[in-house]
Design a protein around this ligand. Sequence first.
Ligand SMILES: O=C(O)CCC(=O)C(=O)O
Length: 287
Amino acid sequence: MQLQQIGRDDGVGAICSVLETDGGVIVRDFLAPSTLRQFRDDIEAHVAHHRAGSVADSEVIQRFWGANTKRFTRLAHRSRAFIDILTDPLYLAAADRILLPNASDYWMNTGQMMIIGPGEKAQWLHRDAENWPTMCRPDGFEVTLSCLFAISDFTADVGATRVVPGSHRWDDYTRKATPEEQCQAVMSAGSAMIYTGRVLHSGGANVTTDQWRYGLHVSYVLGWLTPEEAGPLGVSWEEVRDLPQVAQRLLGWRASNMNDRYAARTWTVDYEDVPLGLGLESPTVRD
Ligand SMILES: O=C(O)CCC(=O)C(=O)O
């Protein structure tokens, strides 16, 4: 069992067609070398000061997180290159196709560094849509789309993501995957594995003694569901005010459903779009 690999030039049609059958696909050399370098440098400046493991009371969270795994978010605050990744046109085109049939828009679920350290055990297999349990079922639809960007090489030994291709199409989501049904997203730095919210996957075991696996998880979720990360609490208006509106919306700095079809907007302030309601933007600036 292996994940299919394609190139950026194969386009959004190829991504979506593999996602439909396998639930996950590797896009080789997804990131431009300059973006990869800049992002890695920005993150490196933070990593050394960040603890491994969770300080949460919950033992379940601690196990899921990993004792020797560093995780942190607020990436728009920590790296300008992150915005280029968050708004990558190919990734957005895939999200449009997968998510927009079920919503008028989507926003960032989370942008999270997942840096798996030496000796870390494999995480348990899970589906990202489990964040919204009633939406994670065999007869449901995709509410979230995720991507793991390899910021360092993803080898089998260093903990490349484990995936169970086709598990999004199973009739029974309580079924356990056999070892033969699992594979790993082995890929070089700059490549990316896009996967649907209903495919089983997990962080792999890092069996090295001295290497850290740098993974960047970026996911989107339907605009009418609550994201994992509290986006606008992690990045200020000053940091996002000059970004394109699509980036502002993804980061939760714009209201959802801002169209004239229904008066059914969500995520408003004083029933206005966020910056307008907060008095950060004058009514004439929009449009
Ligand atoms: O680190 C990985 O490869 C995947 C981790 C993951 O799926 C998660 O933490 O939700």
